[in-house]
Write a protein that binds this ligand. Sequence first.
Ligand code: PMP
Length: 451
Amino acid sequence: MTTLSQDVSTGGPTLPQEIRLRTEVPGPLSRELAARRSAAVSAAVGSSMPFYAATAGGGVVVDVDGNSYADLGSGIAVTTVGNADPAVAAAVAEQVARFTHTCFMITPYDSYVEVAERLNALTPGDFAKKTALFSTGAEAVENAVKVARAHTGRQAVVVFDHAYHGRTNLTMAMTAKNMPYKNGFGPFAPEVYRAPLSYPFRDGLDGPTAAARAIHTIEKQVGAANLAAVVLEPIQGEGGFIVPAPGFLPAIATWAKENGVVFVADEVQTGIARTGAAFASHLEGIEPDLVTIAKGVAGGLPLAAVTGRAEIMDAPVLGGLGGTYGGNPAACAAAIATLDTLEREDLPARARRVEGILFARLRALAARDPRIGDVRGRGAMVAVELVEPGTTTPDAALAKRIATDAAQHGVIVLTCGTDGNVLRFLPPLSIPDALLEQALDVLGTVFENAH
Ligand code: PMP
């Protein structure tokens, strides 16, 4: 049986904020767990890192062998307030001691209502809003589509190249990338259409021109009269941290409004202070009809939401939205604590500071290393796109090698992108500046040594 190292039993920000390797990576206890896992866990479930977590907090993840890693991934953009944030941990402990579950559809409770009120106030747009709570990002996206269809009486849904919206049947259809998300899993849900995105590094188009191209595709291939919703990530996450050219999102949102199409911003990855504002839509000057929210909203507990115009959210029949665990009380308690921390500690400002550090260091690295074709992103959601020098030809092998080597040297970095050639940086906002700088030093060395 695996036993944890003595000094790694308490998580939270009190953990030493350092990169510290005590064993080879993975260490013996992680290797023991890997052997048990290969016998017990479906081989179809992957893990990017070869080591097993024992505790985490601030900006580190500590593994079962006592190795401490700088966390530049936040469990895929989830632990924005930090892992084991004391306020979140206390709120959850207090809630589960009172009750763990009643089901909001059976016996409702106040924290669900409070989360709805808070999200209605926090999302962009000064109009009457309502919220429904779920457990996962994919579930939020599915429900946004259900709401849009109920409201419009139309069926078609438009999504974009490079989009990622989840792994359920409808959201697989909405996700662009086949391998590994969709491969062999069809048939997929019908009435999902794909439009071209704005991808400045690759298409060189300005925002209005890219939007006109997308709108032309939509009008010719779908027709506004058939279209319930346009669903769009303000900054594409899994697709490669693609920031559309200025003006692209407002032009699509305006076209949707003029045509009675529900504009859905999928802010599952970009939301909750990650990009330097409460929502990335704020930075683009758009007011989506519906916003999908998950990941960062509950400090690591599973909670998701659809928030938007009251008249649209009220469109489905009574009982049409719900789910056994949607808005679970422990997750709602975590969300209230997370939103309190966001306001108290001005997390959007913290994300902008992290952006400054990441951009300064990564642009300096790009100036020295021609394999970095683009540095982009916002707030604590920044990426480098790796290419063959002097071209835009993706270099996925290099991205994989850098992420693997970084882990060997104590830094957790994730990859993304349709071509798998993007390294993305998503540190928790609780990471100390010194640790972030140290992690970027390690990354610089890893780049120098990667041939
Ligand atoms: N939408 C976006 C933009 C996402 O980034 C993700 C997850 N990466 C999802 C939806 C799906 O969320 P979940 O994994 O919680 O279902």
